[in-house]
Design a protein around this ligand. Sequence first.
Ligand code: ACO
Length: 323
Amino acid sequence: KIRAVVRGVGHYLPERIVKNAEFEATLDTTDDWIRARTGIEQRHFAAEGETTSQLAIKAAQAALIDAGMTADQIDAIVVATSTPDLTFPSVATMVQAGLGSTNGFAYDIQAVCAGFVFALTNANGLIVSGQAERVLVIGAETFSRIMDWEDRGTCVLFGDGAGALILEAANGSGTNKDRGVLSTDLHSDGRYRELLYVDGGVSSNGKAGQLRMQGNAVFKHAVQKLAETAHTALGKIGMSGEDVNWIVPHQANLRIISATAERMQVPLERVVVTVQDHGNTSAASIPLALSVGKQRGQIKTGDIVVTEAIGGGLAWGAVVLRW
Ligand code: ACO
């Protein structure tokens, strides 16, 4: 049986770091409030003129080095983003050109904060169906471009960054035994569009728009739906929380991360947490956490890793893989 096995991972964060205290000058907020309600201590913001594709290219280069591969060995690039450089072409084709490759094909996927879980599921499908052998899957965002800097309920939550993963087709024998993507579970429910959206777009008002969120309502959906989808994905392969070495959740809020882990009966020691350093980087948060988790020595070959995410749509899902 053909499986999509992880060969490399990498990330890139813009240089500029903004600590919570910086917001105290312009907003009615405090470092204490942000830490206590979200777990966030700082985030990175892209420099003026620095685009999502530029972050994505740097993350991809790091993943290629980690995999010991060159760009011409990649036959598909899938980028999850809601903040593309341009309406078109896709960020993925910009990454392809930026890596100096003319090989294969490239396209974007948009499922907001759940984007990486959707992209990973899609990339797995490309490999299992024989469409591609080596897929570069990227989550990359510049959410700082769609913030309302006067809305304290949202602008303190988000950050910019990119993470990348390389998947390769393997036949599941020898050193690859049981490795790769094992199970996926995706959902969406468009009735909830008012809970989390951007109030601009090409075919409505021609503006980039700003992020609008009913944080409390999103919070409640998140805690319930994330544990459910993770359970479902594990259940499909006869596993439960006990079998999990690492949960690598979408990094939106430490309280959501903890509550989800608790519902899955996985102790916080087995959760990769980066929200304190990155804030919510939307589709980039999971590949960023996978890369940082590997660097920290948390995620090792053979580990069962569960990724789970929810975002605008609402759209949510989970992927189980053996690293
Ligand atoms: N500083 C100080 N006070 C604040 C701030 C702030 N930065 N932001 C909000 N408040 C105030 C509110 O105005 C409110 O005041 P009020 O009671 O006088 O009206 C009070 O704090 C409580 O507000 P709540 O929204 O009820 O606070 P909550 O505990 O729910 O925390 C938060 C807010 C952090 C936004 C939380 O709801 C959350 O994390 N929600 C989920 C958000 C999320 O994960 N979004 C991403 C999904 S992924 C995607 O697709 C983008």
